[in-house]
Write a protein that binds this ligand. Structure first.
Ligand code: ADP
Ligand code: MG
Ligand code: MG
Length: 902
């Protein structure tokens, strides 16, 4: 027979590593007990007991006996019995899951008090008021949390009692008042539940324990777990802890403290203390607390002991801790500790401080911060001391602070920003036509759409501030103005400010402070600068260590010299994705693309291609120069051609008007025909990617030639260009082979003409399920793979991103179908599994196959860990995400070091 499972642990039996079994609170109470700190004795009922209770609907058979045995031991230690009439032992019953969770049952203090023992407590303490205060608190907490009485009823009765005394201070209620209040509270319990407040101490305890178990499945707790992705089957532990009393008089009290400032990370004395009070009083705001430093004057002995204990805890946990304590008649008791939450800036500062103190090494410091915190530090912010008042509150879609003149269309945004104005693009909602305007603007404000709307998604991708769905604003793009709820009208050109971290919209200019961390990455702030209390130094040290440790290389998605230069400053080790379609935009080029599309014979087509060639080449020269010595992956044209043609409605109107004027425009007519011809039901799955290269003779060859000639030019100028040509949307090796043959011919031709050796690699994107599944074959014709996880996610899920994000993703997220959009964090089980399979098959065919990813996932913390685990060579992401990817790649390397998962 298997040994019976132990369901109850004395505080002396546990330790901090038993959080799964004892919950966070229980594990840390045990740890403190074993450190010899003054913790009131007690025991913890395990999460296993809770799980059995929840499964079977009843406590495990052995639980009652085990609790009895531990209670006996506790009673012996304390020299009194639970609820003993002349000298009662009292306990608190406290919930405590592995993760601290709102929605779990509130703690019940003073369990064991009854009509029979309240007098004994008074006599023992020599303080009648204290005993009755404790009793009324018990009935109030027990009534509310265990018996389900509406807590307001107790509060109202308490309020009435205070009013009757003409005071607002609970301390002015005397023993007599509290006796009356206890009677009233008991009446409320009976009235509300039809039952009496239980007088049997053990029954009180057992009911409270059961209520803690039940609270695991309360609505609020379930909702919280779903949002935070906490598994439902962890269960909660229950802590039974002998009481210590902060409400015994002015020489007693209760407090909370941090071992250092959780908002800045600086060392010092941080906390609050409340004299003559119990438990939560200190945070409930019933009376004014004093800063912890004042405790030194009130009770120097306890203060000194507390400071020593805080130092012990920091050294022991090797991290910032927060604590709860109580002082009972000059004696200090520790009631809780845990590694405390902190702001992003504090996280970086604390991590390196602990390194300097010799408490942790740099590897560990790296695990103490994360990419999300770094990203937060990279956004500019509004000055915290601003007095400005916001006029509307939308959705905080993409963080940062932006100030500029309101403009209401993309064209104006581009025009004004070219002449040096800062603008904010205000739209009801955005669509792909607004892209240029979004790029030109400081920030984007929309009155419609949620966190997954076009504006939000694109802005996040660009690292641009965005507030969306500010529904209180009436946006009139025709009249070029919006109206605020209080009736103010903001016209085009008026200054506005938007805060993408809070969603607030301001009229006028709110002062912005730039992020010193960005200034550091940009190189305008020295790494040794003593900026922001050592923040920059801390970031620098941790980044340097991440770079040293990481195995993944980090490249940038960049299409022009400017982005490439920034990427390099931010630490990019090459370009993983250069989208050539941006090189087809702009007045002059668009004309040539139109000619190319309209060409109905080889000659016209060739002429158009010949005109485009030098333009493209110029772009590549710039790019290769910026990334000299580093790889640059250029993707051949990917999007459907109609994206380069005028809008169908606009064009139709133009043609119709011209016809009405009897002045038809030949070119417009042909364009309209082409637009109709190229119109697709589902362009995402239509004529695009490699299919374009195969359908339009000469197109890919022209691009390959432009790349090769640019490389040749750089080489002849003494540079070190490292071009890689990437074919998008390949589904089968045959497609790749044909394009590859053509490309090789062109490359050989350029090499011969210029008499240089170019060594340009040819590879493909893996972004269709079929490509992933046949990766072994595809690798025969590809020297590298780059996983296009955006399209791969679309095609694996059958999601058209623009459609689904706007229509039903919110519902999916709310229902918990996924915790985070698969477009933000890679779906490991589906898309990720295909990536893994393709990596293995590809490497089996070609062991030196280079592997990277260029979807947006390349800059997403969780996804970076996945790409590290499956053994990619690099991730590629937008320039602003590069530091985040570097950091997370370092963290992934440290976290998997020693384990065999890679
Ligand atoms: P939470 O999880 O909400 O912090 P706790 O179980 O820590 O709940 O308890 C709530 C309050 O009661 C805290 O201020 C805590 O310090 C206090 N408290 C809990 N147990 C005891 C006890 N045995 N003696 C005195 N105060 C206690
Ligand atoms: Mg607590
Ligand atoms: Mg793609």
């Amino acid at each position: 027979m298997a040994a019976k499972q132990k369901l109850v642990y004395d505080f002396t039996e546990g330790n901090k590593d038993l959080k799964d079994l004892l919950g966070g609170k229980g594990a840390n109470l045990a740890e403190m007990t074993n450190l010899g700190l003054p913790v009131p004795p007690g025991f913890t009922i395990t999460t296993e007991a809770c799980k059995t209770y929840l499964e079977k609907g009843d406590e495990p058979a052995s639980l009652r006996d085990e609790v009895s045995a531990h209670l006996d031991a506790l009673e012996q230690k304390m020299g009194k019995k639970l609820g003993q009439a002349d000298d009662p032992l009292l306990v608190s019953v406290r919930s405590g899951a592995k993760f601290s969770m709102p929605g779990m049952m509130d703690t019940v203090l003073n369990i064991g008090l009854s009509d029979a023992s309240v007098g004994g407590l008074a006599a023992q303490a020599g303080n009648e008021r204290f005993a009755w205060d404790s009793y009324r608190r018990l009935i109030q907490m027990f009534g509310k949390t265990v018996m389900g009485v509406d807590g307001d009823r107790f509060e109202e009765a308490l309020e009435a009692a205070k009013q009757g005394k003409g005071t607002s201070n609970d301390l002015e209620l005397d023993a007599g008042d509290l006796k009356v209040l206890v009677k009233a509270f008991k009446g409320i319990v009976r009235e509300d539940t039809g039952r009496d407040f239980p007088q049997d101490p053990r029954e009180q305890m057992d009911l409270a324990i059961r209520a803690v178990f039940d609270s695991w499945n309360g609505d609020r707790a379930r909702l919280y777990r779903r949002q935070e992705r906490i598994p439902n089957d962890l269960g909660t532990a229950v802590n039974v802890c002998s009481m210590v009393f902060g409400n015994l008089g002015p020489d007693s009290g209760t407090g909370v403290a941090f071992t250092r400032d959780p908002s800045t990370g600086h060392q010092g004395v941080y906390g609050d203390y409340l004299q003559h009070a119990q438990g939560e009083d200190v945070v409930a705001g019933i009376r004014n607390t004093v800063p912890l430093a004042d405790l030194e004057k009130l009770d120097k002995k306890s203060y000194d002991e507390l400071m020593a204990i805080m130092a012990t805890l920091e050294n022991h946990y090797r991290d910032l801790c927060d604590i709860e304590f109580t002082i009972e008649r000059g004696k200090l008791w520790m009631l809780q500790t845990r590694v405390g939450k902190r702001t992003a800036a504090a996280a970086f500062r604390i991590a390196v401080q602990l390194v300097d103190q010799g408490l942790i090494d740099l590897d560990e410091a790296l695990t103490r911060v994360n990419g999300q915190q770094l990203a937060q530090l990279m956004f500019p912010r509004f000055d915290e001391n601003t007095k400005a008042e916001y006029v509307a509150w939308g959705i905080a879609a993409s963080p940062g602070a932006a100030v500029g003149k309101a403009v209401f269309d993309s064209y104006t945004a581009v025009k004004w920003s070219r002449s040096g104005e800062k603008v904010i693009l205000v739209r009801r909602e955005t669509n792909p036509d607004d892209l240029d305007g979004m790029i030109a603007a400081q920030g984007i404000l929309t009155s419609r759409g949620g966190k997954t709307s076009h504006a939000a998604v694109v802005a996040r991708g660009m690292g641009k501030t965005c507030v969306c769905g500010a529904e209180e604003l009436e946006v009139d793009t025709k009249k070029r103005r919006f109206t605020t709820p209080d009736g103010r009208v903001v016209e085009e050109g008026d200054l506005i400010s938007i805060d993408g971290s809070t969603g607030k919209v301001y009229v006028g200019e709110v002062p912005v402070v730039p992020s010193p961390v960005v200034e550091y990455f940009e190189g305008t702030l020295h790494a040794g600068a003593d900026e922001q209390g050592g923040l920059v130094k801390a970031v620098h040290r941790i980044m340097a260590h991440a770079d040293e440790r990481r195995i993944l290389r980090v490249r940038a998605n960049a299409d022009n010299g400017e982005d490439a230069n920034r990427a390099r400053r931010y630490g990019a080790q090459g370009i993983g994705l250069c989208r050539t379609e941006h090189m087809f935009l702009g007045e002059e080029r668009r004309k040539e693309v139109e000619h190319l599309i309209l060409a109905d014979n080889d000659k016209d087509r060739e002429t158009a291609l010949k005109t485009l060639l030098p333009l493209q080449k110029g772009d590549f020269v710039e790019l290769f120069q910026a990334m000299d010595g580093l790889p640059v992956t250029v993707r051949l044209l990917d999007p459907p051609l109609h994206e380069f043609l005028p809008d169908i409605t606009e064009l139709s109107v133009r043609v119709a008007l011209a016809e009405a004027r009897k002045d038809p425009n030949e070119n417009d007519l042909r364009l309209l025909q082409a637009v109709h011809r190229l119109h697709e039901q589902n362009p995402m799955l239509g004529l695009r990617g490699v299919r374009l290269g195969l359908a339009i003779p000469g197109l890919f060859s022209m691009q390959v030639r432009a790349i090769a000639e640019a490389a040749a030019e750089r080489k002849l100028a003494g540079g070190d260009p490292r071009a890689e040509i990437m074919i998008p949307l390949v589904g089968t090796v045959q497609e790749l082979e044909i394009v590859r043959d053509d490309a090789e011919t062109v490359l050989a031709d350029v090499e011969r003409t210029h008499n240089v050796e170019l060594d340009i690699k040819l590879g493909t994107m893996i972004e269709l399920p079929r490509a992933a599944v046949t990766a072994g074959q595809i690798a025969e014709a590809a020297e590298f793979f780059s996983f296009g996880t955006n399209d791969l996610t679309q095609t694996v899920w059958g999601f058209s991103r623009d459609d689904v994000e706007a229509s039903f993703f919110t519902a999916y997220l709310e229902k918990g179908i996924f915790g985070v959009s698969p477009f933000e964090t890679i779906d490991r089980d589906g898309v990720g599994a295909l990536v893994k399979q393709a990596v293995e098959a590809g490497r089996a065919t070609r062991p030196d196959l280079k592997l990277g990813v260029c979807g947006e996932h390349g800059g997403d913390p969780d996804s970076v860990h996945f790409f590290h685990e499956v053994g990619l060579d690099y991730v590629s992401c937008s320039p602003f995400r590069i530091p985040v990817a570097r950091l997370e790649a370092g963290r992934a390397a440290v976290q998997t070091a020693g384990s065999d998962s890679r």
